[in-house]
Design a protein around this ligand. Structure first.
Ligand code: FES
Length: 79
C-alpha cells in the first residue's frame, strides 16, 4: 500500500504540481510557515497554495482563480 508523500524507497518525498490556470498542489510531508516562521495549520493531506493572488485565504487557494486567471506554466524542453 502506498502512502502520499512516501517514495518507492520508503523515503518521504514532496511533489508540487502546477495546476493549469490554478493553484500549486503540494503532496507530501511539509511544514508551511509564515514570514516569521510560525506554522500554518494544515488541513488534510495536501496543501493547495494560491498563485493567482486573488484568494481571501492566502496562502491557501479558495477557488477565486476561477475568475479568469491565466497561469499557463509548462516545463521547458531540455536544450
Ligand atoms: S490559485 Fe486559487 S485562489 Fe489563487
Amino acid at each position: 500500500m502506498s502512502h502520499p508523500g512516501v517514495g518507492q524507497a520508503g523515503v518521504s518525498q514532496v511533489t508540487i504540481k502546477v495546476r493549469a490556470n490554478g493553484p500549486l498542489k503540494v503532496t507530501g510531508p511539509v511544514t508551511l510557515v509564515d514570514h516569521e516562521g510560525r506554522p500554518f495549520e494544515i488541513r488534510g493531506d495536501d496543501l493547495v497554495l494560491c498563485r493567482c493572488g486573488r484568494s481571501a485565504d492566502k496562502p491557501f487557494c479558495d477557488g477565486a482563480h476561477r475568475g479568469g486567471f491565466d497561469g499557463t506554466c509548462a516545463r521547458q524542453q531540455a536544450l
